[in-house]
Design a protein around this ligand. Structure first.
Ligand code: NI
Length: 227
């Protein structure tokens, strides 16, 4: 019995060591190894982290449900909830209009995916939800989303409404103030969510996923769901 415990703890130590090493090698520039390690640890033991699969997307492990109820304001000033999107597919991205690089790239990618899908893409609603409601007013959102796709919707709300929506999708975001800049930036997780007609997330796409790959994956999920 003691031997079993000894081997088990040795295996656990070994696993943690490997994870630490992985964190050391793969941490972002400027990120502390401790912080990177905590992230990897959360990725292994946390319920919130999805499991990568083939086919361009990340399949959610069974029992994990993302998405659901939210209450926000659309770029035309209309209050909307998840019920307004019931029965339709959508590609949702959480970002902010002041984002210097990642957000515009991802929103452009969503537009490219819809184009690549042809007529089937018309049944998918592109949606951006801001995680910076202080600056992203309805008017700012209206101007911003129209630059990416004519059908793109931009949702904002009170800080509480945005926090609740982000919580449903397990989106991380945090205000950061660079020393050499007057304006603050937002640190945020960056996934494109494919949401089904029931309001639940079917797949997450990582930023590095190619347009064609994503288009194929979305179309396949719509087909397999019978619509
Ligand atoms: Ni961004």
């Amino acid at each position: 019995m003691l031997k079993v415990i000894r081997y088990a703890s040795l295996a656990l130590l070994l696993a943690l060591g490997v994870l630490w090493g992985h964190a050391w090698f793969t941490r972002a520039p400027g990120q502390g190894v401790g912080e990177a390690f905590a992230q990897r640890l959360a990725a292994v033991f946390g319920q919130s982290m999805p499991v990568p699969t083939a086919g361009g997307g990340v399949q959610l492990p069974s029992g994990v449900s993302l998405g659901g109820a939210f209450s926000l304001v659309r770029q035309d000033g209309q209050a909307v909830t998840e019920r307004d999107y019931a029965g339709r597919w959508s590609l949702i991205y959480f970002g902010y209009t002041y984002c210097p690089d990642v957000c515009p790239t991802e929103l452009g990618r969503i537009a490219d995916v819809l184009d690549a899908m042809g007529p089937a893409g018309e049944r998918v609603t592109p949606i951006m939800i801001t995680i910076d409601p202080a600056r992203d007013t309805v008017a700012v959102m209206a101007d911003y989303v129209s630059r990416f796709h004519p059908r793109m919707q931009g949702l904002t709300g009170t800080p509480e409404q945005v926090a609740e929506a982000a919580r449903r999708f397990r989106v991380f975001y945090q205000r950061v103030q660079p020393r050499d800049m007057a304006d603050y930036l937002m640190d945020h997780s960056s996934f494109i969510y494919l949401v089904g007609p029931d309001g639940r997330v079917r797949t997450l796409f990582r930023p590095e996923t190619g347009v064609e790959e994503m288009a194929r994956s979305v179309a396949a999920q719509m087909r397999s769901a019978g619509g």
